[in-house]
Design a protein around this ligand. Structure first.
Ligand code: NAD
Length: 356
């Protein structure tokens, strides 16, 4: 297979971890006989420095024309001024919107060898295998009106939470289809006791469920979900929720794996390329030291193979290699180990080779 992959390394540790994910993909390509072409473009802070915008039209066009996009992370103290007109995350939001990436998938499956690194008791982590489907292009982060004005001498700030039924329907449909290939349970998370958007969300979820009688639907308020994801994470299979709730809950469940550095994500739409990126940010505190955990980016590359290139065997080969490469003594530094970014990747690549 021949595929074109756009790489958007971004800022901070983004370039360090995407470089390793590309090395893994190159290894898989040569091992399984595929031709992957990689082209780098700027996004986020470095794009602002060079072009004055977080996402140029050229970068966007290259992403649209590609088979898949591999992204690192954006942002950092240099671009943190709250009064700045252009901000790194505008690049991400625009990319998601322009590519129609309405479903963000974040799988969470703790590695058995790492259960002691998690702040949760090992028995809580047994059988945890969940995936959060977060709505990505609607809700509070995009709703209008937004901004500030003055009312009766006071400064007022406004954000708007807005959802159309079709936006809810397509992401809940996505969650149900995903659940069919898993344990056939969907937990729809909302705040229907307070929010009108959540009442529409719940009503739409019920309508979608009627077309999938083999999948169990449960509703859960977001406050309850935030507790249950920690007290009984193994009871969840597919969790589907709106943009902001998903943003917060996915960071919460990332602690189950012991470190944010382990978690991958995929952002998908109906057509066109998906965007694959680790869940973590640009980690300015460790950037440039070569010690970042590359596993979130490498597992994102595995998701890229699965969801955009439909190379399931190759995707599983990476996941299995990661499983085997991380041991009690050999692990990245954020998990209490001593392997730097390059060494951790080398071990993973060695296991991909030895599996074939
Ligand atoms: P962060 O995820 O960058 O870092 C949080 C902590 O986790 C830090 O101590 C960091 O060193 C550590 N960490 C994160 N990834 C790691 C890895 N792969 N290996 C080892 N340790 C790792 O979150 P933050 O500090 O809140 O944000 C830093 C910057 O990243 C901010 O500018 C923020 O806006 C941006 N950010 C970007 C994204 C994105 O691009 N998708 C997501 C979150 C935050």
């Amino acid at each position: 297979m021949k595929s074109t992959i756009v790489v958007l390394p971004g800022d901070g540790i983004g370039p360090e971890v995407t470089e390793e994910a590309v090395r893994v993909l190159q290894d898989v390509g040569s091992k399984f006989g595929h031709e992957f072409t990689f082209t780098d473009y700027l996004i986020g802070g470095r794009s602002i420095d060079r072009f004055g915008t977080a996402l140029t039209a050229e970068t966007l066009a290259a992403c649209k024309a590609s088979d898949a996009v591999l992204l690192g992370a954006v942002g950092g103290p240099k671009w943190d001024d709250p009064h700045a007109k252009v901000r790194p995350e505008q690049g991400l939001l625009a990319l998601r919107k322009e590519l129609g990436l309405y479903a963000n998938l974040r799988p969470v499956k703790p590695f058995p060898v790492l259960v002691n690194v998690s702040p949760l008791k090992p028995e809580k982590l047994k059988f945890v295998d969940l995936i959060v489907v977060r709505e990505l292009t609607g809700g509070l982060y995009f709703g209008k009106p937004r901004g500030r004005d003055r009312v009766n001498g006071f400064v007022r700030a406004v954000d708007t939470m807005e959802y159309y039924d079709y936006e809810i329907k397509r992401v809940v449909e996505f969650a149900f289809k995903l659940a069919k290939s898993r344990r056939k349970k969907v937990t729809s998370v909302d705040k229907a006791n307070v929010l009108e958007t959540s009442r529409l969300w719940r009503q739409t979820a019920v309508a979608v469920a009627s077309g999938h009688v083999d999948v169990l639907l449960e509703h859960m308020l977001v406050d309850t979900a935030s507790v249950r994801l920690i007290t009984s994470p193994s009871s969840f299979d597919v969790v589907v929720t709106e943009n902001m709730f998903g943003d917060i809950l996915t960071d919460e469940v990332s602690v189950l794996t012991g470190s944010m550095g382990m978690l991958p994500s995929a952002s998908l739409g109906d057509n066109g390329p998906g965007v694959y990126e680790p869940v973590h940010g640009s980690a300015p505190d460790i950037a440039g030291k070569g010690i970042a955990n590359p596993i979130g980016a490498i597992l994102s590359a595995a998701m890229l193979l699965r969801y955009s290139l439909h190379l399931e065997r190759e995707s599983v080969a990476i996941e299995t290699a990661v499983d085997q490469a991380v041991t009690n003594t050999l692990r990245p530094m954020d998990l209490g180990g001593r392997l730097n970014t390059r060494q951790m990747t080398d071990r993973i690549i060695a296991h991909i080779v030895s599996n074939q």
